[in-house]
Write a protein that binds this ligand. Structure first.
Ligand code: ADP
Ligand code: MG
Length: 317
């Protein structure tokens, strides 16, 4: 479990992380979502004690990082995949980490196998592709068999096969009861990976919710209709108390999942339909709207952003 309470980091005038309070729980994948510059990496560095909070507190199972004995066996992290020693082989890089942390050499072979680098283990890391570098970074995070894992934008620059692999790895680690905290700036990526979602913008908490709730609240359902008998259909729908809006390109839209009802009404009145399609607004749109509000908040600093924009249920959990 990772607990943040009022965590704040300033760099001069810049507030990179602004009063963050949330908890990352074991057994699930928690997605940490925010646009570039939102403060995700800074938050993760503070969790690892690599950066000191200006105010507030962050604890790993009740302890500060520097109070944790054998930290690699407690929390593993992939922060910057390019931070590995380029001149060393993958094997030697991991061996050094293992030896300085009292981890047996057999474990190096295990993690190389887990991340699929056994065949290139003796090659110098500087010749690695971005994807191989990410895998090596993940091997380092897994080395101490830690209960808590943290990955900062692990899918950046990976090919579809690598992305698929990382997604499955994170789900597997969570299913083993571990705490998995993973950042991304892509809503679509989080939707496929995370069970729980923490969204930040400009250093501030914007949402702390289950993925299922986020999807339910943000993927607006509507029906798209096209008909050559527009006026007649508008009349019929109006009489049935159904509100219709213009959607551009001659299409009409009706809120909610009313496709069947509309189809039946059209049939009853002999109206031809060229399109009657249930639609779902994208999560990416919802995320952009959510973070756009945080930008706006900074322009009008006298309002409470989350409550104003989203109502009390947003801060939840
Ligand atoms: P993210 O990982 O979400 O993209 P970061 O945590 O890297 O965001 O950055 C948050 C903000 O803090 C950015 O505006 C960034 O420029 C600033 N920042 C991060 N690290 C430093 C630093 N060492 N000195 C000054 N500003 C920093
Ligand atoms: Mg970052």
């Amino acid at each position: 479990m990772i607990e943040l309470v009022g965590l704040t980091k300033r760099y001069g005038e810049k507030v990179a992380v602004n009063d963050l309070t949330f908890t990352v729980r074991p057994g699930i994948v928690t997605g940490f979502l925010g646009p570039n510059g939102a403060g995700k990496s800074t938050t993760m560095r503070m969790i690892l004690g690599l950066d000191h909070p200006t105010s507030g507190d962050v604890r790993i199972d009740g302890k500060h990082y520097d109070q944790v004995k054998d930290p690699l066996t407690y929390i593993g992290a992939l922060l910057d995949a390019k931070a590995t020693h380029g001149g060393r082989s993958a094997f030697n890089h991991l061996l050094c980490l293992a030896q300085s942390n009292g981890i047996p050499t057999s474990r190096v072979h295990e993690v190389l196998d887990t991340v699929g680098l056994t065949a290139v283990a003796r090659k110098k890391a500087k010749g690695f592709s971005l994807g191989m570098g990410q895998r090596l970074g993940i091997a380092g995070a897994l080395l101490g068999d830690p209960r808590i894992l943290m990955f900062d934008e692990p899918v950046n620059g990976l090919d579809p096969e690598g992305i698929h692999w990382i997604r499955n790895l994170m789900k597997t680690l969570a299913a083993q009861g571990r705490t998995v905290f993973v950042s991304s700036h892509l809503m679509s990526e989080m939707a496929l990976t995370a069970d729980h979602l923490v969204v930040i913008g400009q250093g501030r908490l914007l949402a702390d919710t289950t993925m299922a709730d986020f999807i339910r609240q943000n993927s607006r359902a509507y029906v798209r209709i096209r008909t050559p008998q527009r006026e007649r259909l508008l009349d019929v729908l109006h009489q049935a108390g159904i509100t219709v809006v213009e959607a551009g390109g001659g299409a009409l839209e009706v809120e909610g999942g009313k496709a069947e009802k509309i189809g039946e009404l059209a049939a009853q009145h002999g109206i031809v339909l060229h399109e009657l399609s249930p639609q779902q607004a994208s999560l990416e749109e919802a995320f952009m709207q959510l973070t756009a509000e945080s930008v706006e908040y900074h322009a009008h600093a006298d309002t409470t952003p989350v409550q104003q924009a989203w109502g009390a249920d947003w801060k939840g959990a």
